[in-house]
Structure formats: C-alpha cells, structure tokens
Design a protein around this ligand. Structure first.
Ligand SMILES: Nc1ncnc2c1ncn2[C@@H]1O[C@H](COP(=O)(O)OP(=O)(O)OP(=O)(O)O)[C@@H](O)[C@H]1O
Ligand SMILES: [Mg+2]
Length: 249
C-alpha cells in the first residue's frame, strides 16, 4: 500500500528484544489512520519510528521508513526538520512552563522564522487547534494554567506551528474526560483535511469515529490493515476479530 509514509520490512530492536517485526504498512495522505492492538504490541514504538523518536532510546532499526519516497533513516536526515514535518502529540499534554504564546512560537523561532511573522503563525495555529477563542486574551499567561484538554490543544497548536505534513497522536485522549475527548476527535477529523493524521488508540469507538483506515497490531507485527468499518464489522483475520470482540488485550 502506498501513502505519505511507508515502512518497508521494518524491524526494531531494543537490545535483544524485537519490538517490530517485518512491518510493511503505508499511511494515506490527508486521512486519519488509527493503530490499535493490545498493550505492549508495539503501537507507540511504530509511531515513534515514523519520525525517529526512538533514536535516543537506543533502539536499532533495520528496513526503511519512506516519507514521500525518501528513507528517513539515511544518515543525512536532518532530525529537527524531520520532526517539524512529522510532528507528535503525546498521551499527557506536555506544554513547556512558558506562556501560551511562547509555547506555540518556539518551533518557528527554532527555524529562524522572522519575528514579525511569529504572531500571525501563533494565531493561525491556535485557530486551527480551536483554542484561539479561549486564549486570545491570555496569550502571555502560563500554559500550565490551562485545563488539561486546553493543554492538549496547545500541544496540537505547537505542532501545527512548524508547518507539518503528518501529525502523529499517541493516545491523545487517554488523560481527558469524554466531552473533551470528543472535541479532540473532531479536531483530528478536521485536521485530516490538511494533514495526514495517524492515531494510536485503545478506544475502539474512537478508532471507529475518527479513522478511515485501521491498522491492527499484535506482538510487533501488523496483522491486518483495512477500511475501519470493514475491520470492525467483518475482519478477515481471526486474531483481529478476537481483539475487537474483547477476547484479549
Ligand atoms: N525504551 C524501551 N526499551 C526497551 N523496551 C521497550 C522500550 N519501549 C518499549 N519497549 C518494549 O517494546 C514493546 C512495545 O512497546 P510499546 O510501548 O511500543 O507498546 P504499545 O503497543 O504502545 O503499548 P501500550 O498500549 O501499553 O502503550 C513492549 O514489550 C515494551 O516493553
Ligand atoms: Mg503505547
């Protein structure tokens, strides 16, 4: 399957432990793809290989991760540039202990965007993450004063500010209440008009609500990839069916 990002025979080892085994998967452009599977099956590991966030964990990778056809594991890859093109939102919102404004401005400043352009980028990014109307009068307040859901939206704005093509979400709602969860899901849907969205989730309803395509993993392997609706109604692999019907995981 081709897509904005594709893995080719991807293996990942933490020491002697193999966490990803021969993964061949493509992620479609400007769609939401969800990645599901039981705890420890390698979902976060897979997500992190897509922008080389495993590098500092001492992981060893073989195979390829192609982003628009280029292998991001080539030694010449500029990691800062890569991570601005492929941004990541984590389970726990992790704003820096700076102001709302400075959190969003940090990425563009790191990329030497002229100071005169920064306020417009901050505003656009906060509008895109649906937070602007809540924070426009308190841009200089500490980000850590925001509610948890707003902090997550701020983290999304921070990613958007670096002008990415792909946004990776690792269980972005697991710390949030149901209403805020729905808000973030709606946001992911909206963002997929402009960005490719890949979301790891333990919540099957969430996968069903947000994603066009679902990837099911087990023990470091991809078991099945398909249209979300089909996956949840008539999976082709018995193991997918067992997982979806809650028989394990
Ligand atoms: N930094 C690391 N060093 C060593 N082993 C690791 C490391 N990170 C993950 N692992 C192991 O790799 C396997 C996959 O972990 P990973 O975090 O990718 O799973 P996951 O599917 O995201 O699980 P969860 O749903 O609980 O978040 C697990 O067995 C885990 O213990
Ligand atoms: Mg995980």
């Amino acid at each position: 399957m081709s897509g904005v990002i594709e893995t080719v025979n991807l293996n990942l080892y933490y020491g002697t432990y193999q966490a990803l085994k021969g993964v061949n998967v493509g992620f479609a452009d400007r769609r939401v793809t969800s990645v599901i599977g039981p705890s420890g099956c390698g979902k976060s590991t897979l997500l992190r290989t897509l922008n080389r966030m495993n590098d500092h964990l001492g992981a060893r990778v073989t195979g390829q991760v192609l982003f628009r056809g280029e292998d991001i594991y080539m030694p010449a890859t500029d990691l800062v540039a890569l991570r601005s093109l492929i941004g990541m939102v984590f389970q726990r919102p992790n704003p820096f202990p700076f102001s709302v404004f400075d959190n969003v401005a940090m990425g563009p400043r790191m990329h030497s965007v002229p100071a005169s352009q920064i306020p417009a980028i901050v505003e656009e990014s906060l509008v895109a993450s649906d937070l602007w109307h809540r924070v426009k009068d308190r841009l200089l307040s500490p980000a850590l004063e925001l509610s948890l859901g707003q902090q997550q939206q701020l983290c999304i704005a921070r990613v958007i500010a670096t002008n990415p093509e792909v946004i990776l979400f690792d269980e972005p709602c697991s710390a949030l209440d149901p209403e805020t969860t729905l808000h973030i899901e709606e946001l992911m849907r909206r963002l997929s008009k402009e960005y490719s969205v890949i979301v790891v989730t333990h919540n099957m309803q969430q996968a069903a609500r947000v994603s066009e395509t679902t990837v099911f993993m087990l023990s470091g392997q991809i078991i099945e990839v398909g249209p979300t609706l089909m996956m949840f109604t008539s999976p082709s692999d018995k193991r997918t069916e067992d997982y979806i019907s809650g028989r394990y995981g």
